[in-house]
Design a protein around this ligand. Structure first.
Ligand code: NAD
Length: 298
């Protein structure tokens, strides 16, 4: 069924996601504060709207893909009253679990329905429509959004109630951040012990050390030719995005009083690494920081 979708936030992710909806036959009314983002979405068939409220007023479903929770909540304040009663608001941005729950509450208080549906798969996944969506909200809302999510991705998982999509996203990325640091430290230790990268890889990738950070995104060049380490750590998944997601995980850890020492330490290490590496280096480049800080004592 073809839907009329308002898509707000047409940046690196939102632009190609909106284009994917157009390709699947949906009518997409797009808005972004950045004129260049709006122009390039228009070139892909998105109908440019002068204001977010204008796009939302004519839509069945509202999709948002914005930098952070404050942008989503700020925008919701402007547009919730502009939508038709019962309109479904699907936020695909990666934001704090607490902000996502607030967004659900504000939508409900305005007579709207909501879903949080952050993604994994990055810009490459957005362009190829192979994203994975993790959704939080009601079952009916998920069923209604599902065809749209599947037009932009390969998989959509309903994780539970309000905020459960964001919870799944940050828990997964906390595993990834901690495991990338562990794999990187093991390679640096192996170097100091005279072990070749290939030997450690051959053992760990087929033994109990096996994980995605090692066998797909290996942080040293050589063993996995497609990993970013072989192209001077060009992303991939940028260090700044890992730092952001671990920061959101750390917020939730502290808010819940959870005992997650490694998750909190990973957030600190990635925040410091991202100050230098930002969006230009893949998160696996943290291995170089670990090596630089190697004490050098035998
Ligand atoms: P981006 O900065 O490229 O795009 C965000 C867009 O939102 C910008 O074009 C900006 O102008 C627009 N915007 C901000 N406030 C607005 C408002 N009030 N009204 C209209 N437009 C507004 O960011 P991105 O890389 O596309 O990421 C978007 C979200 O997706 C983030 O939450 C990010 O964490 C998440 N994410 C990104 C990736 C990735 O690889 N880039 C991967 C997974 C998840």
């Amino acid at each position: 069924m073809s839907r009329t979708v308002a898509f707000i936030g047409l940046g690196h992710m939102g632009g190609p996601m909106a284009a994917g909806l157009v390709k699947s036959g949906h009518r997409v009314l797009g808005h972004d504060l950045d004129a260049a983002a709006l122009d390039s979405a228009a070139a892909a068939g998105v109908v440019p709207a002068e204001s977010a409220a204008g796009a939302v007023a004519a839509a069945d479903v509202v999709l948002t893909m914005l930098p952070a929770g404050r942008h989503v909540l700020g925008l919701y304040d402007d547009i919730l009253t502009a939508a038709r009663p019962g309109t479904l608001f699907v936020d695909c941005s990666t934001i704090d679990v607490a902000d996502a729950r607030t967004a659900h509450q504000r939508a409900a208080a305005s007579g709207m329905r909501a879903l949080d549906a952050p993604v994994s798969g990055g810009v490459v996944g957005a362009e190829a429509a192979t994203l994975t969506f993790m959704a939080g909200g009601g079952g009916e809302e998920f069923a209604e959004a599902r065809p749209l999510l599947e037009a932009m991705g390969k998989k959509a998982v309903h994780c539970g109630g309000a905020g459960a999509g964001q919870a799944a996203k940050i828990c997964n990325n906390m595993i990834l951040g901690v495991s990338m640091i562990a794999v990187s430290e093991a390679f640096v230790l192996g170097e100091r012990l005279g072990l070749s990268h290939q030997a450690l890889y051959d053992v760990a990738s087929t033994a109990s050390g096996q994980c995605w950070a090692l066998s797909v995104n290996c942080p040293v060049p050589g063993p996995v030719p497609t990993s970013p380490a072989n192209r001077d750590y060009r992303p991939g998944f940028a260090a700044a995005l890992m730092a952001k997601d671990l920061g959101l995980a750390a917020n939730a850890v502290r808010a819940g009083g959870v005992n997650a020492e490694l998750g909190l330490r990973a957030a600190e290490l990635y925040a410091s690494y991202a100050e230098r590496a930002g969006n230009t280096e893949d998160f696996s480049g943290i291995v170089r920081t670990i090596r630089e800080h190697d004490g050098g004592q035998p």
